[in-house]
Design a binder for this molecule. Sequence first.
Ligand code: AMP
Ligand code: MG
Length: 305
Amino acid sequence: MPKSKSSTDSLNVFSYAFFKSLGEAEKPNVQPVQIPSVIKPEVRVAKKQTKQPFVSFLVFDVEATCVQGANFDYCHEIIEWPVVLLRWKSRTEDGRASELEVVDEFRTFVRPTFRPVLSAFCTSLTGIAQSDVDTAPTFVEMLPQFKMWMVKHGLICPDTEKRLQRFTWCTDGPFDIRDFVVKQCFISNIPIPEWLRSDVTDVRQLVTLWLQNRDSPTKVEQPSYRTHRSHKRPSLNLTSQLKALSLAPFEGRQHSGIDDTRNIARIVTELARRGVRLEPNLYINPGRRWNWMGSRRGEVLEDFL
Ligand code: AMP
Ligand code: MG
């Protein structure tokens, strides 16, 4: 698939990427990661059978409403919900595996309800047109459809919604569930589903750690949930992650949720092939609040926007 870059991938995206790379608690001491300028191409048959505790991987990258210059405090509403399900081709009885494959994809646009009209900036950034969201289900309507898809794949119990197997969400950076989903559930006035509250793997952090430990990738140490926020680590965008792993360049359109998701899935697959243990590394606080949130769930305080 040819790569086409959004016309907004210039200064605005840079400044936003800057915010995105820093996170709230990580402003000082950010050092650029040294990516070797020459990366020797690898023959991709070599496999490292690492003990992998998780059975399935739900790779996902949502898109959300935005306006030019908005930072991560904005009242984002989800407008695209794309998920790629990865599973091991084979896994030994003691859990060793290295080859992941795509089992299925789920993708839908989502109609925002608080601010239903997309900004021209948002459409230009994400490629999502007003007509795409106008005809789409709202977040509350979309969730049961997605739940059925998870049930079909044996991931959760249809009645209790409890997990039936060990799966982890794989996202590029910490934002998709920690911020976008938490905000959306507040705006939609619904509790965050149990199956979205935990087991989240920040793939960007795995790649960063892998780079830092590239001489002994299986010994990569992950920060514990508690210490995660205090770790001041540099951040790599998807293009840099693909390059660092010697993978082909980004496929598709950047900031299209489904294309971002498919490229993250390629990165996860490559990390597995290189023997990186794929485990959750991000704590989700379902009670997290932004200052535009009123005291009642669903209440958005216009004065703070
Ligand atoms: P991404 O996964 O990088 O495509 O970004 C996810 C969401 O973050 C987008 O759908 C936007 O809502 C927001 N976003 C990304 N880049 C920018 C930007 N340059 N300016 C404002 N919001 C952005
Ligand atoms: Mg995206």
